[in-house]
Structures are given as structure tokens and as C-alpha cells.
Write a protein that binds this ligand. Structure first.
Ligand code: KIV
Ligand code: NA
Length: 276
């Protein structure tokens, strides 16, 4: 496992070749993405993307750990970061450290991510002091969607620009190894990137960020609900899966499937390759 990219290597990529990041939630997808990315995030978006919850508030520590374990089994090279779910860290530094230790102990991941800047600096510093690398997350914070009354782009007013810059500095000073900037006006995300010494990872932010991240299901066109403006779809898996299901249904109904190749004869000659 010494070939795995750690948090320190990610931190040193500030200002270098852009960091390639994607979310992953399952073993097979981790296997497919691992050779191509620097960092895999087991995002709490898993609650929406795979489990059908309305917001990321549907994620639990148990859910994050189960998906973290699956992604670790499927990856050998990428830096794997697991999201801390809502309710697992906000209360106190002690609560945050206990939850982060549980995530790292039970998954073996390289770091954790939590949402918040100035207000969560104590939690970030405490987790880092406990020896666990932390990825920050500022700008649009999905765990705060109910408090904010919806998903609103940040940095449109002077007041929020100053708050965003303060959040970025607080996350950096607390010892985070990098920080996600989500749903933030382009020029503001670019300005933050120039102003702090740790890599910024943009999503709906700026091409000037030190790296980019997307939700894997959005990126491959598997998202069945609303696709955000900042997503670029590199494949159309909705169409691929619907088409496969349509052809399978037709084959079963007209008894074209299974064919001779998919059933077992009683001849001993073929028994060694019967299954797989
Ligand atoms: O949960 C998630 O997928 C995330 C990324 C979009 C940054 O936090
Ligand atoms: Na998240």
C-alpha cells in the first residue's frame, strides 16, 4: 500500500498539474476510476445518488463507513477521503475526533472531509491534531440546505465574498490539506485559490482552482433527477442502461434469452469452465 497517494502528496500539488478528483461509492466504480484520478471522495452525496434521499442529510456514519470500505477494497492508488455526515461533528471537537477516528479505523481511508469554515475550525484542528488529514469544504454547503432555504450560489454579495475568504483562511490555518470550493462565483473561487497555500478543489467554482471534482453519477450521465449546471456529462449511462433493459426484456419475452451459450449441458468436457 506504499504506492497509495497520501494527503501530504495532495497538499504539495498546490499550483501544479490540476488534481483530478471524483466521488466513488462502490467497489466496481472505485476499481474503474482508481487508475485515472488523484483522489476519490466517498461523498455524503451517496445518500442522494445511490440511496434516493432528498438531501445529504440522509447520510449516516454507518452508511459512510460501509461505502468507504467498498471504495477502499476497489482502490490501490488514489487518495481516498470519506465525508463526515451531518450530525457527526458539528457539536464539538470531541464529537468530531471520535467520528473521524471511527471512519479511519473502520475503512483505512487517507482522510476525512467536513463542511464549514470559521465555525468548524476547532473541529478541523482537533481532527488534524489526532493525526487524521482533513479536507475542508466551503462555499455552497449541501448539509446546510435546509438552513439556507435551498442551494444558493455563494459570493454574489460583498458580505459573502468576505465570509468566503475568511472561511478559506480558517480552514487553511486549522491545518486542512486541501479544500473543496462548491457553488461559488468564478472570480471569487479564483481569488481564494491565489490567496491560500493549500490546493483548492472546485465544483461549480473556477477553472483556476488547483483541482476539480464531480459526482461520478453526474459525470457519466447516470443521474436520473436534476443535473446541475456545473456538470459536464462524459457519457450517457441512462441511455445505455435503459437500452440494455429494453433489449433484455424483449429477449426474455420472446425466449431469445437464454440461448445455448447461457445454459448448462450434462457433458463433463465443459464442466471446468461452466461458471465464469
Ligand atoms: O458529497 C459530495 O459528493 C461532495 C462533493 C461534491 C464535493 O461533497
Ligand atoms: Na459531501
Amino acid at each position: 500500500t506504499d504506492i497509495r497517494i497520501g494527503a501530504e502528496l495532495i497538499r504539495r500539488r498546490k499550483g501544479g498539474i490540476p488534481l483530478v478528483c471524483l466521488t466513488a461509492y462502490t467497489y466496481p466504480v472505485a476499481r474503474l476510476l482508481d487508475p485515472h484520478v488523484d483522489l476519490l471522495l466517498v461523498g455524503d452525496s451517496v445518500a442522494m445518488v445511490l440511496h434516493g434521499h432528498e438531501t445529504t442529510l440522509g447520510a449516516s456514519l454507518e452508511m459512510m463507513i460501509a461505502h468507504g470500505q467498498a471504495v477502499m477494497r476497489g482502490s490501490a492508488r488514489a487518495c481516498v477521503v470519506v465525508d463526515m455526515p451531518a450530525g457527526s461533528y458539528e457539536e464539538s471537537a470531541e464529537q468530531a475526533v471520535a467520528s473521524a477516528l471511527r471512519i479511519v479505523d473502520e475503512t483505512g481511508c487517507q482522510g476525512v472531509k467536513l463542511e464549514g469554515g470559521v465555525d468548524m475550525a476547532g473541529q478541523i484542528a482537533a481532527i488534524v491534531a489526532a493525526g487524521i488529514p482533513v479536507m475542508g469544504h466551503i462555499g455552497l454547503l449541501p448539509q446546510s440546505v435546509e438552513r439556507d432555504g435551498g442551494y444558493r450560489i455563494k459570493g454574489r454579495t460583498d458580505e459573502t465574498v468576505a465570509a468566503l475568504m475568511a472561511d478559506a483562511r480558517a480552514v487553511e490555518e486549522a491545518g486542512a490539506f486541501c479544500v473543496v470550493i462548491e457553488g461559488t462565483v468564478e472570480a471569487v473561487a479564483a481569488d481564494i485559490t491565489r490567496s491560500i497555500a493549500i490546493p483548492t478543489i472546485g465544483i461549480g467554482a473556477s477553472g483556476d482552482c488547483d483541482g476539480q471534482i464531480l459526482v461520478i453519477d453526474d459525470m457519466v450521465g447516470l443521474t436520473v433527477d436534476r443535473v446541475p449546471k456545473f456538470v459536464k456529462e462524459y457519457a450517457d449511462l441512462r441511455r445505455v442502461i435503459a437500452n440494455a433493459a429494453e433489449r433484455y426484456a424483449a429477449d426474455v419475452r420472446d425466449r431469445t434469452f437464454p440461448a445455448a451459450a447461457h445454459v448448462f449441458s450434462n457433458s463433463k468436457a465443459s464442466s471446468s469452465k461452466d461458471v465464469g
